[in-house]
Structures are given as C-alpha cells and as structure tokens.
Design a protein around this ligand. Structure first.
Ligand code: ADP
Ligand code: MG
Length: 272
C-alpha cells in the first residue's frame, strides 16, 4: 500500500508546473509537501487525485496505475482529497453534509428523508474530527476552522462509501488522504489542534500527504518533508535534514529558521 510518484510532469502551455517529480508515501506516514506559492503543490495533488491529467510520468497506488482514471475511480481505490479552499454543502447542516455523502451511492429509499439516513455513521465521523457538538448547525455559519474539519470528515466519508461494506478502520489502512493546506487561514491554536488530528489519522494507518505554508504545522508534525520549487523536488527527508538544507534555507525557510520544538512558530515567506 504505497503511493509511488515517478517522474511526474505537468505542463500548462509553456509553464512546467511539475518537471519530473518522484517520491513515495507509505501507510501510517504523515508527509508534508512544502514550497513557495506557484511551486506546483496543488498541481501535484490534482494529478494524483485525478482533477488534472498529467503530461507524463506515472502515479501508482498499491501497484495500480492511477493516471487515466477519473477522480471517482481513484476514490474507489482509496485516494481522497480536500481542497485549498474548503468545499462543503453550505445549504445543509453539518450532519446533513455527511449524510448526503454517505447516502449518495444508493440514493434515498422509499419515503426516507436525508435526516433518517446514515445518521449514526455521520455522527461517528463528526466525533472523529471533533465536530460532534456542531452537528445541527448550518454549514454556512461555521467558523472557517470548523469548516476545514467538516471537509476532512467529508473526505473520510467519501472513502467509506467508495468501498461499500467496508468499515472505516479497515478501509483506512488502504487509503491515501491528500490535504491541500488543511490549516490555511486558521489561528495558531486551531492550527495546532487540526494538525494533531491529521497526525492521529496517519497514526491510525492512513497515508497522509499535505501541503502547508506555516512551518509550525510542518516541523513537529510531519514524519518526512518534500520541498518543491519551480516544479522540482529540491530536497526531501526528515524535518531535521530538510531544515538544515542550504538551498531550502536560502530560498524558502530563511537563514534564521530554527526547527527546535521550542522555536517560535515561523511563517515561511511566499515568493509568489
Ligand atoms: P502551488 O500550489 O505550489 O502554489 P500550483 O500548483 O497552484 O502551485 O501552480 C504551479 C504553477 O502552475 C504556477 O505557475 C501556476 O500559475 C500554474 N498553474 C496552476 N494551475 C494552472 C492552470 N489551471 N492553468 C495554467 N497554469 C496553471
Ligand atoms: Mg496551492
């Protein structure tokens, strides 16, 4: 159960958003993909999850080639994602958001309403992401941090429904979760809590690959860090190794960057 990305290339006209990117992610691993704005992080996610067609290269999950499959087909193989800007169903309550996703594969039966459908499974997922108490709230009124959690629960719900009959704990062992800036726009405390949740998901057996600009959501959280610049991976390895890398320090983190656990949270500069 490994994600294998090999020599991945994506061109947009003359722009090489990805220029031969290779890396692997194992189950239970929490890997951060970092780099300046425009480095190609979101493009990389879209090529793995299927929103974009790669120009060349290969992406395999558990030995199965992903390129050429639709996002729905990839979800069935266990590839789920969230987006840089949270995507939720605003007109529904938090609980209904999950019920809708859990119900979608079969549709509503007979006279059942959405509110009768999969309520228990939906509440379980909300509890997993710490949104249990917000269940009846309209998604529209959620603070942004809670919306990011809801999106995480929706991604887990998608995995649960993609392989009917499989309960999440076993399915999670087979899944890759791609999180594009899961903590973007959050206050430091919310960010810390959300990243702790992300770590818990990886500890439960999920392979997690996430992008992030705030270094306090990378160092101390990620098992491994990949650094992308201008579509090329310039460094990868343990957080300590990456933080000591000369190119990464001079072009992204800044020379004064310290990754000690007691270091103050640092926001990397965007070279947009
Ligand atoms: P990141 O997520 O690291 O900020 P992106 O993957 O969004 O970077 O973008 C990488 C490069 O590809 C940028 O130069 C961006 O302008 C370009 N790009 C991304 N998406 C498109 C698109 N749909 N059409 C044209 N160019 C794009
Ligand atoms: Mg992006």
């Amino acid at each position: 159960m490994t994600l294998q990305v090999n020599q991945l290339v994506k061109h947009f006209g003359g722009v090489k958003a990805l220029d031969g990117v290779s890396f692997a992610v194992q189950p239970g691993e929490c890997v951060a993909l970092i780099g300046p704005n425009g480095a190609g992080k979101s493009t990389c996610f879209a090529c793995i999850a299927g929103q974009l067609a790669a120009s060349s290269g290969t992406v395999a999950w558990n030995g199965q080639a992903l390129l050429g499959r639709t996002p729905a087909q990839r979800l069935r193989l266990g590839i789920a994602r969230t987006f840089q800007v949270a995507q939720t169903f605003e007109a529904l309550t938090v609980l209904q958001n999950l019920q809708l996703l859990l119900t979608a594969p079969q549709g509503l039966r007979g006279w059942n309403t959405l509110d009768d459908s999969h309520a228990e499974a939906a509440l379980d997922l909300l509890a997993r992401v710490g949104l249990h108490e917000q269940a009846q709230r309209d998604a529209l009124t959620l603070p942004y941090g809670a919306k990011k959690r809801l999106e995480l629960a929706l991604a887990l719900a998608g995995l649960q429904t993609a392989t009917p009959g499989s309960a999440l704990p076993s399915q999670a062992k087979l899944a890759l979760l791609l999180l594009d800036e899961p903590a973007a726009g959050l206050a430091p405390i919310e960010r810390t809590e959300l990243m702790a949740l992300v770590r818990t998901l990886a500890a439960g057996g999920l392979a997690v690959l996430y992008t992030e600009h705030n270094m306090d959501a990378v160092f101390g959280i990620a098992d491994r860090v990949l650094v992308l610049m201008d579509g090329v991976l310039v460094a990868q390895g343990s957080p300590q190794v990456v933080a000591a890398n000369e190119v990464v320090r001079s072009r992204y983190l800044g020379r004064s960057f310290k990754s000690r656990p007691d270091a103050l949270p640092v926001k990397a500069t965007d070279h947009a």
